[in-house]
Design a protein around this ligand. Structure first.
Ligand code: B4P
Length: 191
């Protein structure tokens, strides 16, 4: 199995690049953002709870997202590898992911970390908010709260994987194709 994490602040292009990466490498895409949004759309109790946090730009509680990922792993026994998009976002989630993968006798091969400046992030998310219908993209205060959550709780996740020498930093500004080429180079060097 080849498992990778696509990491970066909100709006850094994780969703955009994930689509291209799964098409090229045949990995199973697990996006906690997408999973949460489908729970919200289906108005499940989990979705109703998650929405309260997402509308404020806050992270959803660890137990909720770890449970979602655990069941997604169980439902995909045939996958040749997973692309984790937007997960893990806290140190507790990173430890839980390691445990879940260990139970399946596998591990993370690499964390690809997209680097994008803060003003570019805000610009991209406000632009997406014009058409996406995502309530967390239309309000600049909520967008900045998401970036603050990233600095306070998520940035440390890169340190967790750096300790195992598993982090590759990739420039996340420029054309989508150039960024994709940078990501593929790092993956191909490790496959
Ligand atoms: P996510 O759904 O993960 O989304 P994101 O971080 O906002 O965006 P992403 O980085 O995927 O950006 P994208 O490619 O779309 O999270 C949403 C919320 O869910 C979180 O705030 C949190 O509340 C909750 N959540 C999710 N996972 C969680 C977890 N593990 N634990 C707790 N809570 C969790 O790109 C953004 C825009 O930029 C797009 O419009 C795109 O077209 C554009 N773009 C991309 N690349 C570009 C480029 N090179 N140049 C110009 N524009 C570009």
């Amino acid at each position: 199995m080849f498992n990778l994490i696509l990491f970066g602040p909100p709006g850094s292009g994780k969703g955009t690049q994930s689509e291209k990466l799964i098409a090229r490498y045949g990995l199973k895409h697990l996006s906690t953002g997408d999973l949460l949004r489908s729970e919200i759309a289906a108005k499940t109790p989990l979705g109703i709870e998650a929405q309260r946090f997402m509308d404020k730009g806050q992270l959803v509680p660890d137990a909720v997202v770890i449970g979602m990922i655990s069941s997604a792993l169980d439902h995909n026994p045939q996958a040749k590898g997973f692309l984790f998009d937007g997960f893990p976002r806290t140190a507790a989630q990173a430890e839980a992911l390691d445990d879940l993968l260990k139970q399946k006798s596998t591990s993370i091969a690499v964390m690809l970390a997209l680097e994008v400046g803060e003003e570019e992030l805000v610009k991209r998310l406000l632009k997406r908010g014009e058409t996406s219908g995502r309530s967390d993209d239309t309000n600049e205060t909520v967008i900045r709260a998401r970036i603050t959550e990233y600095h306070n709780k998520t940035a440390v996740v890169a340190d967790y994987y750096k300790a195992f020498d598993k982090v590759a930093m990739v420039k996340g500004e420029g054309t989508i194709e150039d960024i994709f080429a940078g990501l593929c180079k790092e993956i191909d060097a490790r496959m």
